[in-house]
Design a protein around this ligand. Structure first.
Ligand code: GLN
Length: 279
């Protein structure tokens, strides 16, 4: 019989030997998911033996990880802004860098009291919108996506994180079916140039949906659309905050100027790359 503590140690060793830099964290998340227990349970009851079923599930998870499937895909959830988010094949795995966008938007909102109306283009798992609604108890939000699967996932995430009553989700190609007005537009659109996608890391290329990555020939197509609609959708004084690729600051500055939008801030991620632009 293998105990929880032994299973954790064995899996950590296997992943370390296979070269996974995040072996310890991966092993812990996979074990918790295979057993369906909270982290505290692992600490307080490390000596409980795994049942045959549990051991089998864990072994299957380990095989998938060794084949470089992201942990978040295997366990089906990922934490963002301290909140749990379900994933589906139609949603990007929320990235820690995207918290920069949430932080920037919260920081630039002049007054949190009025009932802000937020729209999130390409909402995916809903992580940005749900995090904002979680922080802004008077705000309401509309999450837009081109994927039905993503909308269902985002809706479930909003409900599970307690903001379901203040959010709506709708299918639209960008702002085609959207009229506004809004006080805040947020988006982490697909911004990878189509030609660059084959060179992305395997975990991204093989497991994140192409629809959430591919920003057209130069990676800027979604920004052209969103920025060209900003004036129509926003209240006077409204704010646009978008995530960008590490090398897109100049392009976005140009696009903003072309649409008469003033850059308010360029925020950097933890690696020091420009990661989000507010205008
Ligand atoms: N930041 C993501 C990546 O590096 C890209 C997400 C996007 O295109 N919005 O894979």
């Amino acid at each position: 019989m293998t105990t929880r503590a032994e299973a954790l140690r064995d899996l950590r060793r296997t992943l370390t030997e296979a070269g996974f830099e995040t072996a310890a964290l991966d092993a812990r998340l996979l074990l918790l998911a295979a057993l369906g227990i909270p982290a505290t349970d692992l600490i307080t009851r490390p000596d409980v033996p795994l049942s045959a079923d549990e051991a089998e599930i864990l072994a299957a998870f380990a095989r998938r990880r060794l084949a470089h499937e992201p942990v978040a895909r295997i366990v089906g959830t990922r934490e963002f802004w301290g909140l749990p988010f379900r994933l589906s094949p139609e949603t990007l795995v929320p990235r820690p860098d995207t918290e920069t966008l949430v932080e920037t938007a919260l920081d630039l909102i002049p007054d949190r009291r009025p009932p802000l109306r937020i729209v999130d283009f390409g909402t995916g798992s809903g992580c940005i919108l749900v995090a904002l609604l979680h922080e802004l108890p008077n705000a309401t939000g509309l999450g837009i996506d081109l994927s039905f699967g993503a909308l269902a996932t985002a809706r479930a995430n909003a409900a599970e994180n307690g903001v379901g009553d203040r959010s709506r989700f709708a299918l639209s190609r960008w702002a085609d079916a959207v009229s506004g007005p809004f006080d805040l537009i947020v988006s982490n659109p697909p911004y990878i140039a189509s030609g660059v996608i084959p060179g992305l890391a395997e975990e991204v290329r093989e497991h994140d949906p192409r629809l959430a990555l591919d920003g057209g020939p130069d990676g800027l197509e979604p920004y052209r659309i969103i920025l060209s609609e900003a004036k129509r959708l926003l209240e006077p004084g409204g704010l646009v905050v978008v995530e960008i690729g590490y090398d897109q600051e100049e392009d976005l500055t140009g696009l903003a100027a072309a649409h008469g939008l003033e850059i308010l801030r360029v925020a950097h991620d933890l690696s020091g790359n420009p990661r989000c632009i507010a205008m």
